[in-house]
Design a binder for this molecule. Sequence first.
Ligand SMILES: [Zn+2]
Length: 299
Amino acid sequence: MPALGASQEFFQIAEDETTRHSQSVKKLITQLDLLSLHTMIEDFSDFQNRFFNGSEYSMKASRWLYTKINQTVTASNATGVAVEVFDRAGWDQPSIIVSIPGMSAKTIVVGAHQDSIIRPCYQVPRDYAPGADDNASGVATLIEALRAILRDPDFAQGHVPNTLEFHFYAAEEVGLQGSKQIFDSYSSQGREVKAMLERIGVLTDYVDLGLTEFVRMIITTVSDPTLVTNHASAQLHGYPAAMTFESKFGDHSRFIHTSLDRADTININHVLQHVTLVIGFAYELGFAPLGNEDITEEL
Ligand SMILES: [Zn+2]
């Protein structure tokens, strides 16, 4: 198991930068749509399941997600935003990547997984696995944050120093396979991922301490306290990663990975807090000076 990372630059940014754009972030937050957020969670958890392979419902859910993302991007009138279906897996469900190009290839990633599962019978693709908290709420969080971020003229017109990506992972519940494929690909291409935040319903052991400190600073600035921990596929490739959870550990939904993880058990105000966190994370790191310039750019 790799050692826990601790990127010093994020400790530095946490001290210097986190409040720099707080007024812009707060302005976006005032326009969030609680009803839309709740409706997305209901709609996405209405599918019988979103199991990654061998399930007709999963494919329907992924198509719903792809359409919702495209509608959100189109309605924003932003320029240059790309919605890519990442479909190089040996299973049915694709991951989806939204890229908001900045002025450099340095990339900030926020991610959430789209698949759902119930245990212990998770190999049966007809199971009822609504996965509202885990992780329709994470998917809705990202879409609402995307909608808000694209209202900002600098992001909408590509004037932000760093590139921002929203990832919707397939096949997380079967061992982080969807995110692993993407970060394997990014690593082999030498992609410069500077920070990754995942909104997910389970806890893992891979975290960049510097980035996590940065996220804590954002929470202090624009959101209410919640537990912050980590995520693995990005961190395994040396990409600094952090993760947020829907509530304090031990106080989370008991329904995760059961047929009872339904939309009517969701605390929508917790979800809304996560939207504000994702916006703060994306906005501040979008503008943050991250690492040295690539020397080859100057030759
Ligand atoms: Zn799960």
